[in-house]
Design a protein around this ligand. Sequence first.
Ligand code: PBG
Length: 353
Amino acid sequence: MADGSRMPWNGDDTAAQARMTGAYPRIRMRRNRRDAWTRRLVAENAVSVNDLIWPIFVAEGKGKREAINAMPGQFRWSPDRIAEAAAEAAGLGINAVAIFPEIDKAKKDEDGTEALNPDNIVIQAIKAVKSEVPGIGVICDAALDPFTSHGQDGLVRDNYVVNDPTVDVLCRQSVLQADAGCDVISPSDMMDGRVAAIRDALDAAGHGHVRILSYAAKYASAYYMPFRDAIGSGSALGMGDKKTYQMDPANLDEAMREVALDIQEGADMVMVKPGLPYLDVIRRVKDTFHMPTVAYNVSGEYSMLKAAGERGWLDYDRAMMEALLSFKRAGADAILTYSACEAARLIKAGYQG
Ligand code: PBG
């Protein structure tokens, strides 16, 4: 204690201070930590398999299960095989998969018209998963970046991603996905007003039960790079960025406004993305809105741990489980994570940390 005058005792003898306040040595925080069983009894948070959503990738072709360079352990599946991934997840007790496509370059154009092809690989993947693994929830993005030649999430006019015309396309994309059996539409585009518009479009098409998980606070982040490699939107984007629609990592109050608007517009669940560098946002969203709150443990977060694990610099399993636990501590209900199957296997095997 630098300022001894504020206390009846003087100096930096913390043990003496604690004795005078009646704390140490009677109170010893380490008692509860002494044995594994008390540690388990007093644990405040836990990751359950119920919390996990596995993002999976679909690519054109047949009989394909192709490794993704920047995401060791993750694969691009052709539509005829993607149900194998969903079945693996379901077998582990995972509740939902989120499907992301790598579209052939030849099918990409300025306006991302392949997004509205009622037989594109996302639609094929939804149908395959729904028919072969009926018990698992299917989540799909509403966004155009996998389909556009420029890699932006929306329509570009005069070098700007235009809001309202993009929202119209997202509504049609969402209805097509719902028609194919998608359970949850997840707008990841950060256009203004898209949640309300998509809700109306879904309802008008008879999809009143289809849920909306909005990427409510999605930041313009460097942590998406491996994902963009996986779906081929990174090379399309080139030197471009998404800062005119995704949020500035500097902002927290703005995230609250984004989330409030999406809730008002009818979002059933809200997402914060990325995850680990944004735990403060998750906590504040949960405390403020008390909504089902989902964290996206994004590709860069996954690949960092994988890379360190491969080099022997980290114990991947332990670092990964600790990261997932941090989302629960921050208030997340569910977590999109590429580690979902690995985590589910560890939990099943009785992982204790
Ligand atoms: C695209 C989208 C992105 C992710 C999910 N949907 C990337 C982006 O905005 O460029 C990122 C997921 C990840 O990094 O794991 N709308």
